[in-house]
Unconditional design. Structure first.
Length: 168
């Protein structure tokens, strides 16, 4: 008798099942990698946005005439001052409805945030200690990016706090 050697149907099922199992494991690893990358991108966007806002606030307030500072009693959503450089009245404003933190001067508004970054916590954005020997302005806000309803890998949020010492 002449027998040809070939795979049996059981061997084929075992091979196909093993390959499917390996494919599922590899696809899960790749999916987790994509989700982690997306989460990291969102987190970096929030971090960069917050760093930029704090730098811009500091840059603006370092130009302020300390005697012209107009701060809210307690905490508030804006601070106003006159610039020592150009004499213009400038306000730094946090507005959740508009989704911005901005510098407003001479009727012109310059937002410190991109469209995809959202701000919250504007009701306690700024507080001042102008009675101390060294005037200090405290800022506190929350930035977020993405859509929370789409899951944790598509959303990032962070609280930011900064102190700016006003020089005479």
């Amino acid at each position: 008798m002449n027998f040809k050697r070939a795979f049996t149907i059981i061997e084929m099922i075992v091979i196909i099942g093993s390959l499917a199992f390996v494919f599922i494991i590899v696809s899960q690893i790749l999916m987790n990698s994509v989700k982690s990358s997306r989460k990291m991108t969102k987190s970096n966007g929030v971090e960069e946005g917050g760093s930029w806002v704090i730098a811009e606030i500091r840059k603006n307030l370092l130009k302020a005439d300390v005697y012209s500072l107009s701060c809210p009693t307690g905490v508030g959503s804006s601070v106003t001052f006159v610039s020592r450089i150009d004499g213009q009245e400038t306000s730094i404003v946090c507005d959740e409805n508009e989704g911005l933190i901005a510098s407003v001067s001479a009727g012109r508004s310059v937002s410190f945030l991109t469209d995809e970054v959202k701000v919250s916590g504007c009701d306690s954005f700024v507080s001042c200690d102008l009675d101390s020997p060294i005037p200090v302005v405290d800022f506190s806000f929350n930035l977020s990016i993405g859509d929370r309803s789409r899951g944790v890998d598509d959303y990032a949020s962070r609280d930011f706090d900064a102190k700016v010492v006003i020089r005479e």
